[in-house]
Design a protein around this ligand. Structure first.
Ligand SMILES: [Zn+2]
Length: 411
């Protein structure tokens, strides 16, 4: 990912060129990997994604720590009270009301081509309205088969979304123990990390890789304790995910407060709002696919529970203009997002360059424009959004000959 990013800056390409890059999503699911075991294992390929990505070891499961309900949340962007899956029988599923994210994506991008490769058959057989153009099943624990199927799919230039799922860590946990001190469990995690390396190589070998805009999301569905899971202990509920895009800044999200769980009956919606949750995977994927279009990943009628973290793992558009500007010369933090009242830009550069900004709606109509709003050495610029109707906007910040656009949700 870093290589791709550097290339952008060397070339100094325009907004239009970046916007026209096809958006692509790779999701890698690893069943039953405890956070502390992942940190214990030797995983150079996941580490390489973390080094360029946004990640957390502190995502709390907000539902039932069983595979069927958990993957349903990851793929639909809603927790089980909405998608209805409470067990691996998948009975009670509400996928017609709360479909998998490829179905959501196709309501706006009908030509999207999406494929899933899974080892655990119920995830394929018991799910409907999932939007996959192809559902590929390989045998349980057959990671090498998943890799070879993924290599075939990644050679297809028309592929837009790929989900590859591995269950060998979960199988090993059930047979010998979900534990960071169980060598067999650690070894299974390391084996899957090797599979991820093969998949990343296949991704980067795509003939048009440098002209495509990929994000890679990796997550697990639950942890475990002893040889099982399904309960509400911290070792079952504490999970992790990694998002890697073209932003070379590695950022770990820490200090996350446990929002509680529907399964326990103590989920706190306010705390959950900024918590990195399973439901965020689908929403972040939709946001990436929809960026630069008029499609809204947070379509209110979809009633999604997740939020997008795309701006944390992906800079876009990057830089326009004529100067050979490095990222640090034009760097700022942008928070909070979503916001109800104020959005803060925080500049880390103490030059006296004036800062201009423009707020546009999703259709490109200018809502607010301000020249010389501040200078970078004043560090902070607060923009009031409380007077704007709820929804999504683009905030384009222009300094000297350079500009950068962030998407903001006003709630
Ligand atoms: Zn599972």
């Amino acid at each position: 990912m870093k290589k791709l990013f550097t290339l952008f800056f060397a070339a100094i390409i325009t907004n239009a060129a970046i916007a026209s890059q096809p958006k692509k999503v790779l999701i890698i699911g690893i069943d039953g990997v405890r956070t502390d075991a992942l940190q214990q294992a030797n995983t150079p390929n996941i580490d390489a994604l973390i080094a360029d990505g946004f990640y957390t070891y502190e995502s709390w499961h907000e539902g039932i720590t069983v595979s069927g309900p958990s993957w349903s949340t990851i793929m639909t962007g809603v927790e089980y009270p909405k998608h209805g899956v409470t067990s691996n029988s998948y009975s009670g599923s509400q996928y017609n009301n709360y479909p998998y994210f490829p179905t959501r994506a196709k309501t706006c991008l009908p030509n999207l081509y999406a494929v899933q490769i899974v080892q655990w058959a119920p995830m394929s057989d018991n799910v409907y309205n999932d939007g996959w153009n192809q559902k590929i099943k390989v045998c349980d624990g057959c990671g090498a088969n998943s890799v070879s199927a993924a290599q075939t799919q990644l050679a297809n230039p028309n592929l837009d979304v790929l989900f590859v799922y591995f269950d060998e860590c979960d199988l090993t946990g059930h047979s010998t123990g979900f534990s960071p001190v169980n060598p067999a469990y650690i070894s299974a995690i390391q084996t899957v990390d090797g599979h991820i390396g093969s998949i990343m190589t296949a991704l980067q070998n795509r003939p048009n890789y440098n002209a495509e805009d990929w994000i890679v999301l990796i997550t697990t569905d639950h942890g475990g304790t002893g040889t099982g899971h399904g309960g509400n202990s911290n070792n079952e509920r504490k999970i992790w995910w990694v998002g890697s895009g073209n932003n070379p800044v590695s950022k770990q999200l820490t200090g996350v407060v446990d929002p509680g769980s529907y399964a326990i009956g103590n989920r706190n919606a306010t705390v959950a709002l900024n918590n990195p949750s399973q439901a965020d995977i689908a929403v972040t994927a939709l946001d990436h696919l929809f960026r630069g279009t008029s499609c809204n990943p947070l379509n209110p009628t979809w009633n999604l529970d997740g939020q997008t973290w795309l701006d944390s793992l992906h800079s876009e558009p990057l830089v326009t203009g004529v100067n050979n500007v490095t990222k640090n010369d034009f760097n700022y933090k942008f928070f909070p997002n979503p916001s109800t009242d104020l959005v803060t830009l925080w500049f880390e550069n103490d030059s006296n360059e004036p800062v201009n900004y423009t707020i546009t709606d999703m259709l490109g109509k200018v809502i607010e424009e301000k020249r010389n709003a501040t200078t970078m050495n004043k560090n902070r610029l607060n923009i009031n959004v409380a007077d704007k109707p709820k929804g999504a906007y683009y905030v384009t910040v222009q300094i000297g000959g350079n500009s950068k656009t962030n998407k903001i949700i006003v709630e």
